[in-house]
Design a protein around this ligand. Structure first.
Ligand code: ADP
Length: 463
């Protein structure tokens, strides 16, 4: 086992990794930007190294500074968390060159699955259905129009390097396709430095259902159940639950098998998530992408399986075999996660950084709060706005809903606006209660531009 792990991340996920390391008897080094000096992970780590100015480019994306910190502190391994460098094959390769273990998949697997058009090709090769679309990157307008005509409108332009819902544009006809293509390219170039885009059929009646897998270095791959992440705003997840309320055992088994097949096909090792769109009318699922890292919503899987995914990641990276096989994994009960962001839901989810003047966390049976907040902490304006994940576990879905509402009502974060009130409205919506909601639900049922939704989901103008 490692004796020291460097955590190349910040916020709640840095804290999550510190906790796993501590339970495994591993010392931790947290690298941080100048803006994160007062953060909780920095306070709790065994060692800290300031690696640069506030901007991510100069700190959390600064590979030379991170590698120097790892050398100076004599770290054996680096945990990249999610976002930042977690899906950069180049970073995993540099770690290898420095003889520091990258806690994640091999660089080759990241390269194969990280670029979305390549991942589609891999999926097709191993018999996993993908959303109908282009073979690869589209560089020519004529080709674009031809493929759109063939698969039928509406279509979706997606960035090959995409993430966080960026670089994605829907087009309903030939006229809007050209603009969508150009806008998606420009957005992708600005956000990811790669303007490559491809085309997919836009699946209108879909749920986002993803499969969590774990793979060791000995070829063992297990499926740890699915997560329903269809509650989204601008293609970004706000709430996740497991199990998916409408998934049949047969489809669940098929999704699990497809995810495992794909992981094996790309020589995958460590924790990964295979994302699918579930076409609820056709009762078919299509691969959309693989996330080659731990995900924000991993705790709901931990709650129902009892498996600590971050510890599993560390053990796998240290060369251990998986301690369980597929038949040992029997998810129990229901889990829900609410993403609490420092955003104002009444003002189009505008980011709301600032000082937390008063803080009171919910607790009690079945409640878990993964958060780096404390009273007096200032949320910096430089990074994403996730400040807490409220996770609940209960025997049944209705009990989990009642529990998460109770916890949200207890939660006090004063001084900044948060998504807590929005989650309370969402959880009381009848369509959420039914569990059949689709990825389009939130934007259709709630007016997200400053109007409070009514109980039946129709928006009402503010008084
Ligand atoms: P990102 O990596 O930016 O998160 P994804 O490929 O994971 O992008 O897609 C994010 C979300 O966008 C999905 O969960 C889904 O709601 C929507 N989406 C993606 N592809 C399609 C599609 N072909 N049809 C309909 N919705 C889609």
């Amino acid at each position: 086992m490692f004796s020291k792990v460097l955590i190349a991340n910040r916020g709640e996920i840095a804290l999550r990794v510190i906790r796993a390391c501590r339970e495994l008897g591993i010392r931790t080094v947290v690298v941080h930007s100048e803006a994160d000096r007062e953060s909780l992970p920095v306070r709790l780590a065994d060692e800290t190294v300031c690696i640069g100015a506030a901007s991510s480019k100069e700190s959390y994306l600064n590979i030379p500074a991170i590698m120097s910190a790892a050398e100076v502190t004599d770290a054996d391994a680096i945990h990249p968390g999610y976002g930042f460098l977690s899906e950069k094959a180049e970073f995993a390769e540099i770690c290898e060159q420095y003889h520091i273990t990258f806690i994640g998949p091999p660089p080759k697997a990241i390269a194969m699955m990280g670029q979305k058009a390549n991942a589609r090709t891999t999926a097709k090769r191993c018999g996993v259905r993908v959303v109908p679309g282009s073979e690869g990157v589209i560089t020519d307008l004529d080709e674009l129009f031809k493929i759109a005509e063939r698969i039928g409108y509406p279509v979706l332009i997606k960035a090959v390097a995409g993430g966080g819902g960026k670089g994605m544009r829907v087009a309903h006809n030939k006229n809007s396709l050209r603009t969508a293509y150009e806008m998606a390219q420009a957005e992708a170039k600005a956000a990811f430095g790669d303007g490559g885009v491809y085309l997919e059929k836009y699946v209108e009646c879909a749920k986002h259902v993803e499969a969590q897998i774990l793979a060791d270095r000995f070829g063992n791959v297990v499926f740890l159940g699915e997560r329903d992440c269809s509650i989204q705003r601008r293609h970004q997840k706000l709430l996740e639950e497991t199990p998916c309320p409408i998934l049949s055992p047969k489809l669940r088994e098929e999704i699990g098998k497809a995810a495992v097949r794909l992981a094996k096909a790309c020589g995958y090792v460590n924790a990964g998530t295979v994302e699918f769109l579930l076409d609820v009318k056709a009762r078919a699922f299509y691969f959309i992408e693989m996330n080659t890292r731990i995900q924000v919503e991993h705790p709901i899987t931990e709650m129902v399986t009892g498996i600590d995914l971050v510890k599993a990641q560390i053990r796998i990276a240290a060369g251990e075999r998986l301690r369980f096989s597929q038949h040992d994994i029997v998810p129990k009960g229901h889990a829900i996660e609410c993403r609490i962001n420092a955003e104002d839901p009444e003002e189009a989810f505008r980011p709301c950084p600032g000082r937390v003047s008063e803080y009171m966390a919910p607790s009690g049976l079945g409640i878990r709060l993964d958060s780096h907040l404390y009273s007096g902490y200032t949320v910096p304006p430089f990074y994403d706005s996730l400040i807490a994940k409220l996770i609940v576990h209960a025997d049944t879905r209705p009990q989990a809903i009642a529990r998460v509402k109770r916890a949200l009502e207890e939660y006090r974060v004063e001084g900044i606006k948060t998504t807590v009130p929005f989650h309370l409205q969402l959880l009381s919506h009848p369509q959420f209660g039914e569990g059949s909601y689709l990825t389009s639900f939130l934007e259709q049922a709630f007016s997200l531009n400053g109007h409070a939704p009514s109980r039946d989901g129709r928006s009402e103008p503010e008084p």
